[in-house]
Design a protein around this ligand. Structure first.
Ligand code: HPA
Length: 273
């Protein structure tokens, strides 16, 4: 079922009624990356399940909550847990929270995710700033009648990630001794990890990292002219010539370790936004 503009407004109105006023920065926290929340002075938490039209996250490693509070003196609205295509949701459901954030007044969007390193110069446990993306998902959130109130029919994608926020992230990483690679993120549907041949293919077409999220959210953010930036936590090395089985637990363990650098980056950048 497609989500209508009326439904997006209904979700936003419900959240506003809960006392969420003018959040400045939106944040999406990826798999195993909810730790930033403990740095937020929480004003209000809302379970996704209580918000009209919001899907409910089915992934155990994802908490389904909207967190509103102050981070570094800025009002932020963070998604603790996001929605994935492999859970069975359609693209409009997956991206509804981003559209709602925009209606609530969010000015910039920061996104994190866990991803596999296809560029073998990038080691597991390090971070990668998204400079660009390749959409390998079988659907697009903008398919169907365009919602003209939100953005144009054919949004430009020449610069999907905001230059200024990316510059700020790179500067912050340098100042804080956090290794931050830069590269292209390819989004796949999942939920299975990739085969050796698929990793070879992703590398061949220009991917540096691969994951199962982020691109739908980035597409709707660009549609609505909402500046966004995204950082991948590289949780496994996808070497087709020496590929080891990787479990969700290993991905979560590496994410937990690498999250410290990500939290430093997001906190310092929010302070400057
Ligand atoms: N592939 C896809 N998604 C992922 C991976 C991967 O190797 N690692 C973490 N998320």
């Amino acid at each position: 079922m497609k989500i209508t503009y009326e439904q997006i407004k209904e979700s936003a109105a419900f959240i506003e009624q809960q006392g969420i006023a003018k959040p400045h920065v939106g944040i999406i926290l990826g798999t195993g990356l909810g730790g930033l929340v403990s740095s937020i002075q929480i004003i209000k938490e809302i379970d996704y399940a209580s918000i009209p039209n919001f899907p409910v996250s089915t992934v155990e490693s994802h908490k389904g909550k909207l967190i509103y509070g102050e981070l570094e003196g800025k009002k932020v609205l963070a998604m603790q847990g996001r929605f994935h295509y492999y859970e069975g949701y359609n693209m409009q459901q997956i991206t509804l929270p981003v559209r709602v954030m925009k209606l609530l007044g969010v000015q910039q969007l920061l996104i994190s995710n866990a991803a596999g390193a296809v560029n073998l110069n990038y080691k597991k446990g390090s971070l990668m700033l998204l400079d660009d993306h390749i959409n390998l998902l079988p659907e697009n959130p903008l398919t169907g009648k365009n919602i003209n109130e939100l953005g144009p029919r054919f949004p430009d994608m020449s610069q999907p990630f905001d230059k200024n926020i990316n510059q700020l992230l790179k500067k912050t990483a340098k100042e804080n001794n956090v290794t931050l690679h830069e590269g292209v993120y390819a989004s796949v549907p999942g939920p299975n990890l990739e085969t050796r041949a698929e990793y070879r293919y992703i590398k061949l077409i220009g991917g540096d990292a691969v994951g199962m999220s982020t691109v739908p959210e980035v597409i709707v953010a660009n549609h609505m002219n909402l500046p966004c930036a995204a950082v991948s936590v590289l949780t496994d090395e996808c070497n087709p010539d020496n590929l080891h089985p990787v479990s969700l637990q290993e991905i979560l363990d590496v994410a937990a370790e690498a999250e410290k650098g990500l939290i430093t980056l997001f906190k310092k950048v929010v302070a400057c936004l």
